[in-house]
Design a binder for this molecule. Sequence first.
Ligand code: NAP
Ligand code: GLV
Length: 310
Amino acid sequence: MPTLLFKSAVDSGPDWQRALQAAMPELAVRVWPDVGDPEEIEYALIWTPIGDVLHSLPNLKIVFSLGAGVDHLLREDGLRRDVPIVRMVDPALTEGMSEYLLYHVLRYHRRMPDYAAQQGQRRWRQLPQVVARERRIGIMGLGVMGADAAGKLAALDFTVAGWSRTPKSLAGIRCFHGESQLQDFLHGTEILICLLPLTPQTRAIINRQTLAALPRGAYIINVARGAHVDEEDLLTALDAGHIAGATLDVFADEPLPGDHRLWTHPAVTVTPHIASLTNPGTAAAHIVANIRRHRRGEPLSDVVDWERGY
Ligand code: NAP
Ligand code: GLV
C-alpha cells in the first residue's frame, strides 16, 4: 500500500489526511510523529524537515513541499539530496495569489491609501486619476504565479511588464530577462510586484539601487519572501518619498517583531504571509497526480532543481 508521511508545524494533519485519502483512497497517510514502520513510507509531505526525520525513511521516493517556495526547505540540513523534491503548484494557490495582487494593484492605482488618509482628516478632495493602460505594472518573476497575475492584470488593461531569468514570450506582456535588462524593466515600472523564488541571486534584490531605478512615487508589493527586500533600504526610500507605498506580505523575520517600524509606517500595509495559502482540498490533487505518475514510472512534474534553487 502506498504510504505518505505528513509533517507540518501547524495542526493541519487531519485535513490533509482527509483530502489525500479522498483523492487517492488506496494511499495510507500517517501524521508525524505517528511514523509506524519507516520502511513502508515512500512519500513525505512537509513544510520543513526539522531534524533527521527524512533520513530515517529508507524507502523514501519523493519529498513534497507544502509550499510553492522551497528556499527554507533547501537550507535545512535534514533534507536528502538523493530524493526529488516536488514543490506545490496548485491552480487555487495561483488564483489566490492573483486575487491578492489584483486587489492591491487596484488599491494603489485608484489611490485608496490617499483617500483613507483624507477621510481621517474629513477632507473632501478629488485626486488626479489615470486609466489602467497608463499605469505600468512590473512583475519580477514570470513563473507559475507571475505569469497568471500578469495575464489577469493585462486583461484589466494595465500596461504589464515582467522580468525573469530566461527569455519569455507572453501575449500582451513586455518581457525582460537577466541582469542586463533589469534597469530598463525597473525604469518603466510604477507598481513593482515581487514573485521571485528566494535564491542567492535574488536575495535583497529590492535594495537602495533597484529602488532608486524606479520612478519617483512607485509602489512595491512583495509577496515572495521577506529576504528579497532590504527592509532598511525600503524604509529609507519610503521616508524620502521616493517610494509612495509598500504592501508587504512576507518579512525577513516572521512573525514580524512587534517593535518593527514596518508595523506602524503610514505608507506600509502589512499582511501576515497570507497572500495565498495552500489548501488541502485543492492541493491534494497535485500530490496525488505525482504519486500516480511515480507509480506508473512516468516523469514527475514541478521537481525542484537544486542547482537553480527553485
Ligand atoms: P516559479 O514558477 O518557480 O517562478 C519563478 C520565476 O522567477 C521564474 O519566472 C524565474 O525565471 C524567475 N527567476 C528565478 N530566478 C531569477 C533571477 N535570478 N532573475 C530573474 N528571474 C528569476 O515560482 P512561483 O510558483 O511563481 O512562485 C514564486 C514565489 O512566490 C515562490 O518561490 C514563493 O516564494 C512565493 N509564494 C508566496 C506565497 C505567499 O503567500 N506570500 C504563496 C506562494 C508562493 P525563469 O522562468 O527564467 O526560470
Ligand atoms: C508560501 O509562501 C509558499 O511558498 O507557498
